[in-house]
Design a protein around this ligand. Structure first.
Ligand code: ZN
Length: 470
């Protein structure tokens, strides 16, 4: 999930989401369309199995090679925000049945487009906002029960698991071996990635329960600094991880839950790399050397990834992959701040001034080449065994040109094929690296569980935090 700079509140971000009205298809029609889609998919895969290639032979030899590689080694994407997209749907919020993946959805993800994109495995993000004033945490119901992080987190796990259970095209795969087996059968292996650590409410028991419910990675923070970890886009209060934060990492190692270092500060990245016994992931981060965005990873950290054995999964977030887009975001933020200073109590006047500003400042676009540059840079510093893809589809409000939705992954692989990537290297990028990392984390967990019981440590003990006086 990405929110533009200066938009601290998810509520603001949400209102800006261009949610297209959903097509009103009658149930009988919907079933027919679903059946036709299924027949088409079945036919396509039948032809694929016979010829070993797609039905349409692309004229571009690089695309032909990309499709050949992806047919054998489909994409395992590190980050897709479909569960939050379903929660936030403007017509049928929270409704797994209404948000029908057999039709073309108003978002970036559905079954036909996943198939077209050669997606073989997906970490579905179970994002929840870290901002306590977010609308997700407003009291609801007649008893005005106030949801906390854990409740909203469990609601998102419920949505994700119902989506996975609903479609036979998706397979619930909580291990690397299960994911591999499902991909071989032509299903989309589905795992959950918890974004971010506020969901555990400073309790290792909650962490363990999320593992039981299927969370196979946890992004240590989202955009807000926690009691035990610094976030990239917030104030650094701890110089990385507190002693409790390190215990969270140890417990994740023991469980076999991947430590995700996207969204955290460089200090937290460094402290987590020091503390972890298992390989880490960056589920959706680029390289700071190319685009100086706080959400990207400095070269000094990328250089440590080979020894750790982890993987950095490059996102399709325009401001992370294009310096021009990042500069435009910064300029817009500055112009908005100045205008707000001039009109502190007149949002309409600010809106008018910003519209005038935009009329003379054309919004730049990010391209597939920008994403390929990012992938190439991670490869250059961390190595070809430590790079992957973490699109952030359905968590972004603006797309890279040519990477509009989940059907477009092959276009990136074609660009890399053109740049000289071998078939073997493209296969590592697609799924080989991240599957290896997941398997290695499982091996570490099996070893640790022989000697370590679940941790009873508390933040009060480890960080010497006393409860504030009432
Ligand atoms: Zn995110």
């Amino acid at each position: 999930m990405h929110m533009r700079a200066g938009r601290r509140s998810c509520a603001i971000d949400r209102r800006s989401l261009p949610l297209a009205p959903r097509q009103n298809v009658k149930p009988s029609n919907a079933r027919t369309i679903g059946a036709i889609a299924l027949v088409t998919l079945t036919l396509a895969s039948h032809v694929n199995a016979q010829s070993g290639s797609t039905t349409k032979q692309p004229s571009d030899p690089n695309m032909a090679r990309a499709l050949k590689v992806l047919s054998a080694s489909p994409v395992m994407d590190g980050h897709n925000d479909l569960p939050w997209r379903i929660r936030e749907d403007s017509v049928h919020p929270h409704d797994v049945e209404a948000y029908d993946l057999r039709k073309k959805t108003p978002g970036m993800t559905d079954l036909a487009r996943l198939k077209e994109g050669h997606v073989g495995a997906q970490f579905w993000s179970i994002y929840i906002p870290g901002e306590k004033d977010d609308e997700a945490y407003k009291p609801n119901g007649l008893v005005s029960s106030t949801p906390g992080y854990a409740r909203v987190q469990l609601e998102q796990i419920d949505i994700a698991r119902r989506v996975i259970a609903k479609y036979p095209e998706l397979a619930w795969t909580p291990t690397a071996d299960a994911a591999r087996a499902a991909m071989k059968k032509g299903q989309i292996a589905s795992l959950l990635g918890l974004e971010g650590g506020h969901a555990i409410e400073n309790s290792l028991a909650l962490l363990r329960e999320y593992y039981e419910r299927g969370a196979r990675y946890m992004t240590l923070t989202h955009n807000v600094t926690l009691d035990w970890a610094d976030a990239a886009l917030d104030t650094a209060k701890h110089g990385g991880l507190t002693p409790f934060g390190k215990e969270v990492v140890h417990e994740m190692n023991r469980l076999g839950m991947l430590v995700d270092l996207s969204h955290v500060s460089p200090g937290t990245m460094s402290a987590a790399l020091d503390a972890t016994e298992a390989p880490v992931i960056f589920s959706h981060s680029g390289a700071r050397a190319l685009v100086d965005h706080k959400r990207n990873v400095p070269d000094s950290i990328l250089a440590r990834v080979p020894k750790n054995g982890g993987v950095v999964m490059v996102p399709f977030v325009t401001a992370f992959v294009s310096a021009a887009v990042k500069a435009d975001d910064d300029a817009l933020e500055a112009a908005t701040a100045e205008s707000t200073k001039r009109h502190p109590k007149d949002p309409a006047a600010v809106k008018k001034e910003i519209a005038a500003w935009r009329a003379t400042h054309k919004r730049p676009t990010a391209t597939i080449k920008d994403v390929a540059d990012m992938v190439d840079h991670v490869r250059k510093i961390a190595g070809v065994d430590h790079v992957g893809i973490g699109s952030d589809f359905d968590g972004i409000t603006e797309n890279v040109v040519g990477l509009e939705d989940v059907s477009k992954f092959p276009a990136l692989f074609a660009e890399l094929a053109k740049r000289g990537w071998t078939d073997a290297d493209l296969a590592k990028l697609a799924n080989g690296n991240v599957l290896r990392v997941l398997k290695d984390a499982e091996t570490v967990a099996a070893r640790l569980q022989k000697t370590h019981k679940p941790s009873n440590a508390t933040i009060e003990q480890l960080d010497k935090r006393v409860k504030p006086k009432a």
